[in-house]
Design a protein around this ligand. Structure first.
Ligand SMILES: NC(=O)c1ccc[n+]([C@@H]2O[C@H](COP(=O)([O-])OP(=O)(O)OC[C@H]3O[C@@H](n4cnc5c(N)ncnc54)[C@H](OP(=O)(O)O)[C@@H]3O)[C@@H](O)[C@H]2O)c1
Length: 283
């Protein structure tokens, strides 16, 4: 069995491989990267490294040769038209390489989103369906990292978190939890067992990898206060200008699912714990 992973030098890809090493032998993992130098630590762990550049279709077919499973981690290119073309290159190469199972890191609750990332992920899912390759859609929620733009340090210093008014709810998750869930799928753990104990596998499934409960900005200030021991209140301010609110308003960040917790067989990281990396000041 060969599990081939694109974007292997990226943040999510690295965490998935780290987790996967707990479940499978290193020689069954193939890390696909566009910077071979950066991937040297994988070689030291017994992981095969292959060159893979989404913009060079000829590199992809070779990179995917012999893959029983291929995880396409969505491209990080900022232009969604380019991303779509890159994903199409990957899907075409996967078909030519006769990949047995194509898994794709999509975006959670796509149906209600109206902005280009939602269209991109839906279009990629459709292209995968069109290819006929057995698939799994791993629809990742918004990373909790978005809190990084909310100026948490300033809120701790001033005792006040300023937010744009609205009935905001978030189903965010950490990359670490996503990596746990995705590694479980890639190593065939966590798949549903039927009443007769038969393994159902993950092919042709769509998982909404969100937290099972959404949180609000009130929950955020409570968590911040608990972490720092300082009272922090919420201030709704229509003057606040931040691109993130335009983005958040156009995606479904409130629907929840139990999929991620069932895959990881436990609870997702708490909001309080997830906030720690985004607080740089001493408190
Ligand atoms: N759910 C969310 O909230 C959220 C937020 C941001 C992004 N995303 C999506 O999730 C993906 C994974 O997240 P992440 O945190 O791991 O992002 P990341 O750290 O930026 O990793 C993206 C990976 O894609 C690789 N890549 C980019 N363009 C490529 C190309 N043309 N050919 C081959 N590989 C290419 C990068 O290669 P290098 O290492 O060589 O740069 C990198 O390894 C992102 O790419 C993005 O599509 C989701």
């Amino acid at each position: 069995m060969s599990i081939v992973i694109t974007g292997a030098n990226g943040q999510l890809g690295s965490l998935i491989i780290k987790q996967l090493l707990q479940n499978v032998q290193s020689d069954s993992i193939i890390a696909c990267v566009r910077d071979l130098e950066k991937a040297k630590p994988y070689l030291a762990q017994g992981i095969e490294v292959r060159f893979c550049e989404y913009d060079q279709p000829e590199s992809l077919q070779q990179a995917f040769a012999g893959a029983s499973k291929l995880l396409l981690i969505s491209s990080s290119n900022p232009d969604d038209t380019i991303r779509l073309r890159q994903h199409a290159h990957v899907i075409e190469a996967a078909k030519k390489s006769k990949v047995g199972h194509l898994l794709y890191t999509s975006f959670a609750f796509l149906g209600t989103g109206t902005i280009s990332p939602a269209h991109l992920h839906l279009a990629t899912e459709h292209a995968i369906l069109t290819s006929g390759i057995p698939h799994t859609f791993l629809r990742n929620a918004l990373y909790t990292d978005f809190v990084g733009v909310l100026e948490l340090d300033k809120a701790i210093a001033t005792g006040e978190l300023g937010i744009y008014p609205g009935d905001w709810k978030f189903n965010t998750v950490t990359r670490g939890d996503l990596a746990l869930g995705i590694a479980a799928v890639l190593s065939d753990a966590g798949a549903g067992l039927g009443h007769n104990g038969e393994h159902h596998g993950h092919k042709h499934k769509t998982y909404e990898l969100t937290a099972p409960h959404s949180w609000t900005f009130y929950d955020l200030v409570i968590a911040l206060s608990e972490l720092t021991g300082k009272p922090i209140t919420l201030r709704q301010d229509p003057q606040i200008q931040n691109w993130i609110y335009g983005f958040l308003g156009k995606i479904d960040t409130s629907s929840t699912s139990a999929d991620l917790e069932s895959l990881i067989g436990g609870s997702v990281t708490s909001l309080k714990e997830s906030l720690k990396p985004f607080i740089t000041m001493k408190y």
